[in-house]
Design a protein. Structure first.
Length: 146
C-alpha cells in the first residue's frame, strides 16, 4: 500500500471534497515520514452536528472540540497521520500513545503531545498492539463507546 491508497482508505471516505484522491483537493502532507491529505475535511454526521471521520474505527473517528468557538463546537479537521508498513511515530514522554486498537492489519493509536497540547490519530499499516504496551487497549471497552 502507498500513501495515496491509505488516504483513500482512511480519509477520503466521508470527506467533503470527494471519495478519492482524484477529487481535485487532494494534497499530500509534505512530511516524508508519514502521509495524510492536508485538505481533508470531515463531511459525515451522525445526528445533528456530530461529525465523524468515516474511514476510522469507533474510538478514533471523533474530532476534538473547538472551545474557542461561540458556542463551542466540534472541529471539522482531525490530525490523522498515516504510516506505511515498517514505519511508525516515535513515542516517548513528549508523544504519548494513549489508546490503541489493532484491527484488520492496522494499528490505530490516539497519540497525545502534552507539550503542544495536540492529539493525533496514527494509523500504522502492519502495526501491532504490542508496539505500544503502555497504551490502553481500546478493544477491552469498545462496546462502551458510542
Amino acid at each position: 500500500m502507498d500513501y495515496k491508497q491509505m488516504v483513500e482508505k482512511f480519509q477520503c471516505l466521508g470527506c467533503v471534497a470527494g471519495f478519492d484522491t482524484d477529487c481535485g483537493s487532494y494534497k499530500q502532507h509534505d512530511d516524508p515520514s508519514c502521509g495524510r491529505c492536508v485538505n481533508h475535511v470531515l463531511g459525515t454526521m451522525i445526528g445533528l452536528g456530530n461529525l465523524i471521520a468515516l474511514g476510522l474505527p469507533k474510538a478514533f473517528c471523533k474530532p476534538s472540540i473547538n472551545w474557542d468557538a461561540t458556542p463551542p463546537q466540534q472541529r471539522v479537521k482531525m490530525s490523522i497521520r498515516l504510516w506505511l508498513r515498517g514505519t511508525s511515530p516515535k513515542w516517548d514522554h513528549l508523544n504519548v500513545p494513549v489508546w490503541a486498537l489493532e484491527e484488520d492489519d492496522y494499528l490505530f493509536v490516539r497519540t497525545f503531545s502534552p507539550r503542544i497540547d495536540m492529539t493525533y490519530v496514527d494509523v500504522i499499516e502492519g502495526g501491532r498492539r504490542e508496539d505500544v504496551p503502555k497504551a490502553i487497549d481500546v478493544s477491552t471497552f469498545l462496546d462502551e463507546i458510542d
